[in-house]
Ligand binder design. Sequence first.
Ligand code: 5GP
Length: 191
Amino acid sequence: MNETKDRYGKVVIVSGPSGVGKSTICKEVAGRLNNVYISVSVTTRPRSQAEVDGRDYWFISENEFQRRIDKGELLEYAEVFGHLYGTPKDKVEEALQDARTVILEIDVQGAKKVKRIYQDAVMIFVFPPSQRELAERMKLRGRENGQSAEERLEGASGEMAAAWQYYKHMVINEDLQQAVNEMVEIIQGLQ
Ligand code: 5GP
């Protein structure tokens, strides 16, 4: 499984700490470019009030998640803050066959797995302007899913350290439009 054929789409991996604004940036990018598919992951994490099943994630039980692993239905999966997250394989493959650009918003563990499968996947890491800003955004976001902002901040430090090693592209989300422009340029550069 390697997308060297011309008509094949490209995989773009977007990682970054929780609360950094990955989803907002990716949605804007998808609105600016043609033919972009943003993958919707499955997760065992509880849904927060603001989230919609099938739009933000597919919220499924641990049994259902395990069933999908057993059936080979996930392109990759990882445990993040005590919950499982995975990328549905069929939708990604379908979009690639249709020559679409597929954006995967996934953590560093998942990104490494995807990079082994799709070797020319592009890896973009989104940084907050500062640790302090990230802490503020996490508090504002106030998820009711059991993970504390402290826990997420700790995880964020580890991910940001790994980013320097694995990610070719870095985008700082200080100004949303600038971050969107940078990501659009990176993706356009792939064509
Ligand atoms: P959140 O709970 O804040 O939505 O996501 C927590 C973390 O899980 C984020 O780093 C996010 O990128 C990651 N994540 C979301 N979906 C997936 C997925 O399908 N696979 C992997 N490996 N990580 C994911």
